[in-house]
Design a protein around this ligand. Structure first.
Ligand code: GLA
Length: 417
């Protein structure tokens, strides 16, 4: 009897453990933020580490740059469509900490200090993001947070910072890297301020170790997996290819509170054609990616602005179901991707990867989508990009034929009826 009771207790114990593990697997960092992918602006891709304000006052990393962007985000409709976080990347710091050991901004480029800048950004209805690094130094060689996680988290919170991008350069070991990412997350939580925590943990881990995404999601709100985005089509392609190849391990982990981050939107710069810009916007929506533009809002074409401010594609990106999309097939140099959305809907992207010739038609059966459920028994089909168009009603045995430009994407929304 006693033995049976003990065996029963052990079995129950195992159940409790299994249930706890399940609960942990589903848990995201519970800091209340990033319930949908965060949106905003980040200086790095466009402005890099410009520190010479005397030579180039308009493009150096300075409080003036962020004030200019804050003004435009509020006045030019960016904030209204959801771009909320105005984020400083590397190179904002002075080369040394202050007498009390705190990080301090470069006094010449940020003469009013970060607290004042945060106040200004908040007065525009926006939020401020800042950058630091888990190691001794940032990637560009400025002071890092190693050994100062608590102090730096407190400093950022006292300044009114709302997001921290935490880079992974210059960590001596992978153990220190992991410990640092965990400790900074705990330190941010301890401040009591809601601060989005943006990590590069899996990216720095991956060459040596398979990342444990269940753990990463418990500490970070979004995380970079792959190399820095550049202002080029080859960079966008490499990010999409990496994502599709790894989709079995990364797609399932994304959800409210925790997102895979394929890096910044480079739309509005120099390297992408119109069709490639459409592809970046459409595919970042399919991937449930954080949308951080890195461009010059003082000098942006009406076309790029239209694309970046397109409410239908933003609604797909921000869908409350929070499921990341994936590639369904690759066929004749076309890629077909889908993303399940709330309200029995799916976003569907057809990407033409052929870089020779002109527009080509891709024909596919609607039964392909959503495991046969996306258009079952009937559905409405709306085209979102490159232009908005009503494709009307279809039944689940219908085929659709879309024309796609080389390197371009057609983005559709399919709603089951
Ligand atoms: C790394 C990051 C970039 C950027 C730079 C800054 O390369 O991946 O996004 O933050 O560092 O030095």
């Amino acid at each position: 009897m006693a033995a049976m009771a003990a065996a029963g207790r052990r079995a129950l114990g195992r159940w409790a453990l299994a249930l706890a593990a399940l609960a942990a697997a589903a848990a995201a960092l519970d800091n209340g933020v990033a319930r949908t992918p965060p949106m905003g602006w980040l200086h790095w891709e466009r402005f890099l580490c410009g520190t010479d304000c005397a030579a180039d006052p308009r493009h150096c990393v300075s409080e003036q740059l962020f004030r200019d962007m804050a003004d435009l985000m509020a006045s030019e409709g960016w904030k209204d469509v959801g771009y909320e976080y105005l984020c400083i990347d590397d190179c904002w710091m002075a080369p040394t900490r202050d007498k009390r050991g705190r990080l301090q901004p470069d006094p010449e480029r940020f003469p009013s200090g970060i607290r004042k800048l945060a106040d200004y950004v908040h007065s525009k209805g926006l939020k401020l993001g800042i950058y630091s690094d888990v190691g001794n130094k940032t990637c560009a060689g400025f002071p890092g947070s190693y050994n100062h996680y608590e102090l730096d988290a407190q400093t950022f919170a006292s300044w009114g910072v709302d997001l921290l991008k935490f880079d992974g350069c210059n960590s001596d070991t992978l153990e220190l890297l992991a410990e640092g990412y965990r400790n900074m997350s705990l330190a941010l939580n301890k401040t009591g301020r809601s601060i989005v925590y943006s990590c590069e943990w899996p990216f720095y881990l991956r060459p040596v170790q398979q990342p444990n995404y269940t753990e990463i999601k418990q500490y970070c709100n979004h995380w970079r997996n792959f190399y820095d985005v550049y202002d080029s089509w080859s960079s966008i392609k490499s990010i999409l290819d990496w994502t599709a190849i790894h989709q079995d391990s990364i797609v399932k982990i994304a959800g409210p509170g925790g997102w895979n981050d394929p890096d910044m939107l480079v739309i509005g710069n120099f390297g992408l054609s119109w069709d490639q810009a459409v592809t970046q916007m459409a595919m970042w929506a399919i991937m449930a990616a954080p949308l951080f533009m890195s461009n010059d809002l003082r000098d942006i074409s009406p076309q790029a602005k239209w694309l970046l401010q397109n409410k239908e594609v933003i609604a797909i990106n921000q869908d409350p179901l929070g499921k990341q999309g994936y590639r369904i097939t690759k066929d004749k140099n076309f890629e077909l991707w889908e993303r399940p959305l709330s309200g029995s809907a799916h976003a569907v992207a057809v990407l033409n990867r052929q870089e020779i010739g002109g527009p080509r038609n891709f024909t596919f059966s609607l039964t392909f989508l959503g495991n046969g459920l996306a258009c079952n028994p009937t559905c409405s089909v709306q085209q979102v990009l490159p232009t908005s168009r009503d494709w009307g009603f279809h039944s689940w045995v219908s085929s659709l034929s879309v024309e796609v430009n080389p390197t371009g994407t057609v983005l559709l929304k399919v709603v089951a009826l």
